[in-house]
Design a protein around this ligand. Structure first.
Ligand code: NAD
Length: 481
């Protein structure tokens, strides 16, 4: 049972409730279509004023000792922990994921804030060895004004990463959460803002046009987590203003199922990778290359897993597969599935639109898929496993590498030499061997090609939000040392 309707407010230049002259959006619960939140839409003029106000707050925040900035993040993490349930409920109400997953996202966000609070103050520069009467060093500095534009699929975890790293390194931040999860973004901003000096963090709400207006401003960094098409538009905007573009974008991650693996275990891994969060994870398994030796048993077990998933609203404790984020997205997913079937793919389970309210879509497995199908080449972002049968590990590697994206890949194999070949040969930022998820904390990778540019996570994100000044100091002439 949902208990409240959220009335989102912006914060601009430290003033809550500012602006919103661009109209109002309503967010609907994807489980039943009921309204969840009303959201003000920023005008381009409000966006420009917010950037100006943020720039005005930058000097003081930059001059604040890193340990004080870090203490604010620790306080925010504490506050987040005490409101975790509320934030998880908002996430589930807005985008549909099972409540347990939403809690996991909040926990991850808390962990990230704490990690950056610890790492921020201990960062240093380098000293250089030059002339004996000189001192040379390289000191990190904040970049200045950061625009953080985020998606809806894991809204707390992703936003905490960008906001935590940008703030602890001394930047002021304009935060534009997804128009599909604005109440979650608003609750998170209220928590962070309560621990920060007024004006250091601003919240702008609205849709793509608000993000575009922000990316067009003369900020110092535009950090975007979201789709590849948006990332490319942001890169073009940054090329015009000179801002740095940090882009963590879409993917079409392959899973290779090698000969010799236990097909039932492989199917469990594939099901987690393809169906968790209804497939709405950037590193979800999107396409599967199964060796002919194990393909049949593997597909049978995967179909069984898909059938066994408990479907329902995310707020029901037993739910394993919630709805998709909305019907617009469901149309996109179903469009790719029906196109693949029209091109010769075979539906083994799922693939039909259910009756009833909400944006539910069944866990779907297709075989007889081919590399050139849009379902295989492009990001689906739904609970869909597209299986291509291959005759050798080399063929699987070749197909896996053939993609406009380069986010991550998983290989299930009993062979150490195949594992070694996989991590050396696959042109992606992250390679996982024998587990679809579960990387070590602090992990960061550089996405490639259509998946973006720059580190979006881990300690390296602190460097992305910093610049370096090199200083050379010599003794003055005239013997004044
Ligand atoms: P999206 O790019 O449509 O939206 C993300 C944000 O960008 C939103 O706040 C949106 O309003 C804003 N936006 C949209 N158009 C814009 C424009 N022209 N200029 C500036 N801002 C604009 O993405 P989404 O649908 O919210 O998220 C799903 C996508 O995010 C998937 O492709 C997924 O793979 C990707 N994603 C990637 C990662 C990663 O780490 N690589 C993590 C999570 C999600």
């Amino acid at each position: 049972m949902r208990c409240r309707m959220y009335r989102v407010e912006q914060v601009i230049g430290g003033v809550w409730g500012a602006g919103g002259e661009g109209g109002e959006l309503t967010v609907h619960d994807p489980a039943d279509g009921s309204p969840v939140a009303t959201v003000p839409v920023a005008t381009a003029d409000e966006v420009a004023k917010a950037v100006e106000a943020a720039r005005g707050a930058a000097a003081e925040w930059t001059a604040t000792p890193p340990a004080e900035r870090a203490a604010a993040l620790h306080r925010a993490a504490d506050a987040l922990a005490s409101t975790a349930e509320e934030l998880a409920a908002a996430t589930t109400a807005e985008m549909g994921k099972p409540l347990g997953d939403a809690r996991g996202g909040v926990e991850a966000g808390i962990g990230t804030l704490r990690q950056y609070a610890e790492l921020g103050p201990v960062r240093g520069g380098r000293t250089l060895h030059g002339g004996a009467a000189a001192i040379d060093f390289m000191a990190p500095e904040p970049r200045g004004v950061v625009a953080a534009i985020t998606p809806w699929n894991d809204p707390v975890a992703v936003s905490c990463g960008l906001l935590g790293a940008a703030l602890v390194t001394g930047n002021v931040v304009l935060f534009k959460p997804s128009e599909r999860t604005p109440a979650t973004g608003w609750l998170l901003t209220k928590i962070l803002d309560s621990t920060l000096p007024a004006g250091v963090l601003s919240l702008l709400t609205g849709g793509a046009e608000v993000g575009a207006a922000l990316a067009a401003q003369e900020v110092d960094v535009v950090a975007h987590v979201g789709s590849t098409a948006t990332g490319r538009a942001i890169a073009a905007a940054c090329a015009r203003t000179g801002a740095k573009a940090l882009l963590e974008n879409g993917g079409s991650d392959p899973l290779i199922v090698d000969a010799g693996v236990d097909p039932v275990w492989a199917a469990t891994q594939a099901a987690i990778g393809a169906f968790a969060n209804a497939g709405q994870i950037c590193v979800a398994v999107e396409r599967i290359y199964a060796h002919r030796d194990v393909a049949e048993d593997f597909v049978d077990a995967l179909v069984e897993r898909a059938r066994a998933l408990r479907v329902g609203p995310g707020r029901d404790p037993g739910t394993e597969l919630g709805p998709l984020v909305d019907r617009r997205h469901r149309d996109h997913v179903h469009g790719q599935v029906t196109a693949a079937v029209a091109e010769g793919a075979t539906l083994r389970v799922g693939g039909t639109l259910p009756d009833g309210p909400g944006a539910f879509y069944p866990a779907t497995v297709l075989t007889d898929c081919r590399q050139e199908m849009t379902l295989v080449r492009e990001e689906t972002f739904g609970p869909v496993a597209a299986v291509v049968v291959v005759d050798s590990f080399s063929e699987a590697l070749k197909c896996a590498a053939d993609s406009p994206y380069g986010l991550a890949a998983t290989v299930l194999t009993p062979s150490m030499s195949h594992a070694q070949r996989a991590w050396r040969e696959l042109p992606v930022g992250t390679v996982k061997v024998n587990a679809v998820f579960g990387g070590a904390p602090g992990g960061a990778a550089q996405p490639r090609r259509g998946s973006g540019q720059g580190f979006g996570y881990g300690p390296e994100l602190l460097d992305e939000f910093s610049t370096v000044k090199t200083v050379h100091i010599e003794a003055p002439g005239g013997g004044h040392w």
